[in-house]
Design a binder for this molecule. Sequence first.
Ligand SMILES: C[S@@+](CC[C@H](N)C(=O)[O-])C[C@H]1O[C@@H](n2cnc3c(N)ncnc32)[C@H](O)[C@@H]1O
Length: 202
Amino acid sequence: MGKPYRPKDHYFQRAKQRGFRARSAFKLEELVQRFGLLRPGGRVLDLGSAPGGFLQVIARAVGPSGLAVGVDLVPVRPFSEQWVRTAVVDVLADDARELVEAVASGPYDAVLSDMAPKTTGVRATDEARSLRLAERALELARALGRPGSSFVTKLFMGGDFEVFRAQVREAYREVKVVRPEATRSASNEIYLVGLGLRAPVD
Ligand SMILES: C[S@@+](CC[C@H](N)C(=O)[O-])C[C@H]1O[C@@H](n2cnc3c(N)ncnc32)[C@H](O)[C@@H]1O
């Protein structure tokens, strides 16, 4: 049996100490440490950005010469950094790409998604909804990322994981599967990291 879910665990306390809005900031820090992903002056799109833990890490890494765009179904509490822009967007909506581009057009150096569906407790349903969000994130990353850019998406491990990984492999030169240390032990989520977006073939 997995460890019991402890909402106020070690990472929760550490997030409070570091002034992070969410413990997920530690997950992105680990991914950045391992794979680079963010650099000063970079343009980064963060899908599913509320309450803003990822955005805090991105804002710091890209700095004032960069750009961090965060979108979510719910508003993100404003940032004082001028180079952070946020908007309420349903990433599954037909016009999501246009709405993102209205905030800031591409190309982006990295497209990250920490989107997660509201869970139902029915495993197959939750996995399917998580996969739908990840597929949409990949679509946007291919459309808005510059060649050579990076992609990260969260995904609940399940049935069609291998099919999705193959899709990411088609688009990116290197693909990694990571379960960051700050992931709750009871969670079945993983992150897929795509490095080096291939140039589109006409
Ligand atoms: C785990 S939270 C993200 C935490 C965030 N990365 C942070 O560090 O603060 C997942 C987010 O995905 C968002 N989300 C779920 N479905 C979405 C959709 N269709 N479009 C945009 N955001 C969505 C939720 O509203 C929620 O805020």
